[in-house]
Write a protein that binds this ligand. Structure first.
Ligand SMILES: [Zn+2]
Ligand SMILES: [Zn+2]
Length: 351
């Protein structure tokens, strides 16, 4: 089968590889859609980050590895001892591979597992027509849910985790800095969880439009509206809960300046460089910076539930579906441009 394998920085290759077969406790899933994630782009341009440099302690894998961790599909085959889900079941898969034995895992904080791996990095992923995954990582999805939505379960779970990390509460004002796929999903999580006022800051017009379409209270262009922070401080007295979804020094500064006394700034964006932070200002106003990276399996279930309840609109987020053959030029390279107007690109690897 054809697969997109990461060989090194800037080196994602389409290659014919043998079709995988499920081992004990595993299932073989036929992939319907797999999303290209910011983490994938980061790995492509700056890796190895999540790609193991040494044989991964849980999977023994080193690159080349098939990328792709945001996927949904249909179970084709069960390995020995895998009782459910049955062949034909539609599933989305929690790609996290925690060890299950360390103190963090036993406490239920699998996202803090020191040996945490992920399908698409420490094991072959879903930029291929078929992928093997632990049967216990599968979440059943309704037949009515379109594959585009099902493939967004994983980033949505990351957003639910960010919401929980920030201690989000109904009725609280929220600011989202950056309206890429994560920012736009977080906007919908915030609204679904009862946030009445959700502000968004985003430089790209197509993303501002998407945020407006998804019900943001007000959307600011940081280039054109230089005093939007003053506006936010005046309107809210300082935003209590801010999500930084970009990973740039400027966006972190915006998030920190717009946050209020005792405010929480949840960092979801991926930074490729260290950034200076004015801790004196944080200190005086007792603000918190919280990092949010992965999620629990319960949060994955919560994401599937939100999608099933129709609480997440896909239209403004999914900007294109491409064939696996085109993944580098029309997927990774297009998204890396930033100004292309694309938000989330999904791969349909059907062969
Ligand atoms: Zn992702
Ligand atoms: Zn662990």
């Amino acid at each position: 089968m054809l697969a997109a394998r990461w060989h090194g920085r800037g080196d994602l290759r389409l290659e014919e590889i043998p079709e995988p077969s499920p081992g004990p406790g595993e299932v073989l899933v036929e992939v319907e859609r797999c999303g290209i994630c910011g983490t994938d782009l980061h790995e492509y341009h700056h890796g190895p980050l999540l790609m193991p440099r040494r044989p991964h302690p849980l999977t023994g894998r080193t690159p080349p590895v098939v990328m792709g961790h945001e996927f949904a599909g249909r179970v084709l085959l069960r390995g020995p001892g895998a009782e459910a889900p049955r062949e034909g079941a539609r599933v989305t898969v929690n790609p996290c591979l925690p060890c299950g034995e360390c103190p963090q895992c036993r406490e239920g904080k699998t996202y803090l597992c020191p040996r945490l791996g992920s399908i698409g990095f420490a094991a072959d992923g879903a930029f291929a027509s078929r992928v093997v995954c632990p049967a216990s990582s599968c979440h059943l999805i309704a037949d009515e849910l379109p594959p585009e939505g099902a493939a967004l379960s994983e980033p949505l779970a990351a957003c639910l985790h960010a919401w929980h990390r920030g201690g989000g509460q109904a009725g609280e004002a929220v600011l989202i800095v950056g309206a890429g796929p994560v920012g736009l999903l977080l906007l919908q999580v915030a609204r679904a969880r009862g946030a009445e006022v959700v502000f968004v800051v985003e430089p790209y017009p197509s993303r501002r439009e998407a945020a407006e379409a998804l019900g943001a209270t007000a959307v600011f262009d940081p280039g054109a509206e230089a005093d939007f922070i003053r506006f936010l401080l005046r309107e809210t007295g300082g935003v209590p809960l801010v999500f930084e979804c970009v990973g740039q020094p400027k966006s972190l500064e915006t998030a920190l300046r717009a946050s209020g006394r005792g405010g929480r700034v949840v960092v979801v964006g991926l930074f490729s460089e260290p950034v200076p932070v004015d801790f004196l200002r944080l200190f005086a106003q007792e603000k918190s910076i919280l990092a949010s990276c992965a999620y629990t399996d319960e949060e994955m279930g919560g994401a599937v539930a939100l999608l099933g309840e129709g609480k997440v609109e896909l239209g403004p987020i999914v900007s294109g579906t491409i064939r696996l053959e085109d993944i580098v030029a029309e997927g990774f390279e297009t998204l890396s441009g930033g100004s292309s107007g694309q938000i989330k690109i999904l791969v349909d690897p059907a062969d």
